[in-house]
Design a protein around this ligand. Structure first.
Ligand code: AMP
Length: 139
């Protein structure tokens, strides 16, 4: 497995070098809207400490990240009135990982609506901003 690259896109988001539409932040964790959402409200939750994925993460960072993912997931489910949620996490390219900074996907699922492809079309920024406001209000 390759080493963690501190210049990956999520590290740049953490450093404020790349914009993101934030829904939650505390001392250890950031959550923001996925720009290529698989469904309405698709959110990413990342630790502020760098690791490539789950395999090289410090277990304490991972444990904290799961707790924060639960907080975000509940807010996403409430705000989006989702029928269900998928919490997904990929490790290495063969498994579908495309950004090499640990993250959990929080993907709302709606009865009768198929998920869009992983890393598909870019969403409208204004629309994502409005959804993020709704999720923040449900935290
Ligand atoms: P993965 O394939 O699990 O590594 O997922 C990476 C996710 O990050 C994909 O769902 C992308 O749509 C999303 N993504 C990539 N770049 C950005 C970005 N700058 N801001 C928000 N989401 C991003």
């Amino acid at each position: 497995m390759s080493a963690y690259d501190p210049d990956n896109i999520f590290a740049k988001i953490l450093k404020g070098e790349v914009p993101s539409i934030k829904v939650f932040e505390d001392e250890t964790t950031l959550a923001f809207m996925d720009v290529m959402p698989q469904s309405k409200g698709h959110t990413l939750v990342i630790p502020k400490t760098g690791s490539r994925n789950l395999l090289d993460a410090d277990p304490e960072i991972l444990a904290d990240l799961v707790k924060k993912t639960q907080i975000v997931a509940k807010a996403v489910a409430t705000a989006m009135e989702a029928d269900g949620l998928r919490i997904i996490q990929f490790n290495e390219p063969a498994a579908g990982q495309t950004v090499f900074h640990l993250h959990f996907h929080v993907i709302p699922v709606y009865e009768g609506v198929s998920l869009r492809p992983h890393s598909g079309d870019m969403a409208d920024t204004g629309e994502l901003t409005a959804l993020a406001e709704m999720i923040r209000a449900a935290l």
